[in-house]
Design a protein around this ligand. Structure first.
Ligand SMILES: Cc1cc2nc3c(=O)[nH]c(=O)nc-3n(C[C@H](O)[C@H](O)[C@H](O)COP(=O)(O)O)c2cc1C
Ligand SMILES: [Mn+2]
Length: 483
């Protein structure tokens, strides 16, 4: 059964021994970060801080901060199961014959469950606070010493495309400035920013309606970070992930919908043209991202559940909670990536590469220059455009093993010949690029080179012992008492 809400997920984590309640006072100013950081680095549990200093709402953190917790969140034994479901759907063809058509019905019924459902009311609107609310009531974390202030770190930000009317949900951090206003850190390539630009282009003074949901069932919450094509509804993907429609309710003061089971809902607007300094913020690169100007979110109306829980995460030197969220994306999106770039066998984004800095890709190479084709395809694929370094290896290299990749790739390259530089969009968090959001990227063709690629020399084999000798030495090894 799908989790209804965040609290069911909390109970599941607790039952699995993956969550620890902290029943004494801990300060959201830096102290919760230190707890969360230590725990993730040591393979420790998620936390529910029941008495965050200065707030009456408990703080949930690190709920996704291990592969096991990601599996509990998505209710699978391995994230590969989600990938397999996607593959199955992608391979679905028009069935031949009545029997096969009938067999297809359950799958079609399954698909119907993806679409979100409207509900008349929901727990997220049980307590209507309206304007009588201060963001200071929330246990918002001041994450790192050099941060520009406290930041809401796990928000689901809902906006509507003014041209198509389609909704988007993205996770964009929000710096709390005062009781009613926050920053809105949607980076320029993200959908919230695109909606804002479309509205700004109309040239009239305008307020862009924005609704922020804090806390939901884990699949719905997770869907906010997925790198989906624009205009693909995150709530539909959440329905697919949880095998049950997401229930949505209409906001009370803006023309947007939010998950009915959210913990808190902040309704308000972003004024076109208004910006304010945002940051610095101790970011998931492990560095402080520089302060910059971003739009401002005005909170006009607040509703929440009875006894709401405030969800949070921290980012910082890897690995952090977001590494596991990203690792699950890597596994889940592989079939979709392979649909467009079929020669890809596997990909890996090691923690040290903080997603956008490094992607290791193995391919089945069938024609000259194919590694370069793959790099360019990845740079052309949604948010994979941000990948600063792509290393392409042959299919016999296990990209999940970074040291194997380093060993083989470094042996296989003639740097001047095999490294390609391109210019293009880069991640807003890249502090080394020549300009914000624009810079260079590097592709390394570390595949075996072919004569048809102009390689005239012989190519050696990797050293490997004879299997028969291995078996014999297994025996001798034991005889020598080395077992
Ligand atoms: C914890 C966390 C914080 C994030 N913060 C931001 C952020 O501040 N700004 C941003 O543009 N993306 C941020 N992201 C990444 C976006 O959520 C992600 O790119 C998402 O796919 C954007 O959705 P969209 O394509 O619908 O805009 C964050 C992701 C995570 C996991
Ligand atoms: Mn989106």
């Amino acid at each position: 059964m799908a989790y209804t809400d965040l609290r069911e997920f909390i109970r599941a984590l607790e039952k699995a021994g993956e969550l620890k309640r902290i029943d004494f006072e801990v300060d959201p100013h830096l102290e919760i970060t230190e707890f969360a950081d230590r725990s993730v680095k040591r393979g420790g549990p998620a936390f529910l801080f029941e008495k965050p200093k200065g707030s009456r709402y408990p703080v949930l953190i690190n709920a996704f901060a291990s592969m096991r917790r990601m599996e509990i969140a998505l209710q699978v034994d391995s994230t590969g199961e989600v990938a397999a479901r996607i593959t199955e759907m992608l391979e679905m063809r028009m069935p031949q014959g009545l029997i096969n058509k009938l067999k297809m019905l359950p799958k079609l019924a399954d698909m119907a469950s993806f679409f979100p459902k409207m509900a008349d009311s929901g727990p997220c609107q049980r307590v209507v606070r309206g304007k009588d609310f201060s963001l200071k009531e929330l246990p918002v974390l001041h994450c790192w010493p050099g941060d520009g202030g406290p930041f809401i770190t796990l928000p689901m930000v809902f906006t509507r495309n003014p041209e198509t009317g389609k909704r988007n949900c993205g996770m964009y951090r929000m710096q709390v400035y005062d009781e009613r206003t926050t920053g809105m850190h949607w980076q320029t390539q993200k959908q919230g920013a695109e909606h804002y630009r479309r509205l700004a282009k109309e040239g009239k003074p305008a307020r862009m309606p924005v609704a922020v949901a804090l806390g939901a069932d884990p699949a719905t919450l997770y869907s906010a970070i997925l790198p989906l094509p624009p205009d693909l509804d995150e709530m539909m993907i959440a329905g697919f992930l949880r095998n049950k429609p997401v229930e949505m309710v209409k906001c009370q003061t803006v023309d947007l919908e939010v998950p009915a089971q959210a913990e808190f809902v902040l309704e308000g607007y972003v004024e076109i043209g208004e910006t304010r300094r945002e940051g610095p913020f101790g970011d998931h690169t492990g560095f402080y991202s520089l302060d910059d100007d971003y739009p401002v979110f005005h909170v006009e109306h607040v509703t929440h559940r009875e006894d709401p829980v405030y969800p949070a995460t921290i980012v910082g030197p890897p690995p952090m909670e977001d590494y596991f969220m990203g690792k699950a994306i890597e596994r889940i999106f592989l079939p979709l990536m392979r649909m467009q770039i079929p020669e890809i066998r596997d990909i890996a984004m090691p923690a040290e590469g903080v997603f956008h800095n490094l992607m290791l890709v193995s391919i089945r190479k069938s024609y000259p220059g194919q590694a370069r084709k793959v790099m360019h395809a990845i740079w052309g694929l949604g948010q994979a455009m941000f990948t600063k370094v792509i290393v392409v290896v042959d299919e016999d290299v296990d990209v999940q093993n970074s040291s194997e990749v380093a060993w083989k790739a470094l042996n296989n390259i003639d740097p001047q010949r095999d490294i390609e530089f391109v210019l293009g969009p880069v991640d807003s968090l890249d502090h080394a690029s020549r300009l914000p959001d624009f810079g260079s990227k590097m592709g390394i063709d570390a595949t075996r080179k072919w004569p048809s690629e102009g390689f005239a020399r012989r190519w050696p084999e990797v050293i490997k012992m004879d299997a028969s000798v291995c078996r014999r030495v297994d025996e001798l090894w034991r005889r020598a008492g080395l077992a």
